[in-house]
Design a protein. Structure first.
Length: 216
């Protein structure tokens, strides 16, 4: 699990587009205390460290991950958001993030309002039911609060610190970003779906709660 509070920006040194399933990143802070087999979120994608060097680490990226995220679009020297897995007992500054990206979205617009940077991002239709006002969304692994939304997109407001210390500061219209909705919202929707299934007309009829009597 992760928090969406990016620890540092890493630099891609080997990209899957050139090396099949291998992604290597230059880093510093996230290497502290990290060992082979540990998890690091790269642009919000939970990946397992396969090897470590003095100032870099490498991971293997599965084909499904390349299809569902923007990692397959990375090139040499691209910047990526990095975060080590959460140690329970510490501060949870963002929200609980699994690192299992739901899909990708596209940056539609970036504007400013005083010191805030307003970013509108498109989202696939299947994710829109999870988007609510003041809810959470992980964008390239960054925990953000939704300030507005419509039928096909949502808006987040970024402070200067986030723009300067994550890759979101360099995003422009047309750029792809990884999206992970709040996992709690997924559980709520699943419970509601299950509740509707249980209380269906067929269920009530089967157990004698509804139904008429035959007239003779």
């Amino acid at each position: 699990m992760f928090t969406g509070i990016v620890e540092e920006i890493g630099i891609v040194k080997e990209a899957p587009i050139y090396r099949g399933d291998r992604l290597a990143c230059e880093a510093q802070k996230v290497l502290e205390g990290t060992k082979v087999g540990d998890s690091i979120a790269v642009n919000g994608v939970c990946l397992t460290v396969a090897s470590l060097e003095d100032r870099s680490f490498s991971v293997n990226v599965m084909p499904e991950t390349l299809r569902c995220t923007n990692l397959g679009r990375l090139h040499y020297n691209d910047r990526v958001n990095l975060e080590r897995a959460l140690i329970f007992g510490g501060r949870l500054g963002g929200h609980l993030i699994s690192g299992h990206v739901d899909d990708t979205g596209e940056v539609l617009d970036v504007t400013t309002e005083e010191t805030a940077h307003i970013m509108r991002i498109s989202a696939p239709a299947k994710l829109m039911p999870y988007i609510v006002d003041k809810g959470f969304m992980a964008v390239d692994g960054v925990s953000l609060t939704i300030v507005d939304f419509d039928d096909f997109s949502f808006v987040v407001s970024l402070v200067t610190y986030t723009m300067e210390h994550t890759t979101l500061g360099g995003k422009r219209p047309g750029d792809a970003v990884n999206l992970e909705v709040d996992i709690l919202a997924k559980y709520v929707q699943r419970l509601n779906e299950r509740k509707r299934q249980i209380l269906s007309f067929e269920f009530l009829k089967e157990y004698g709660f509804v139904g008429g009597t035959d007239a003779g």
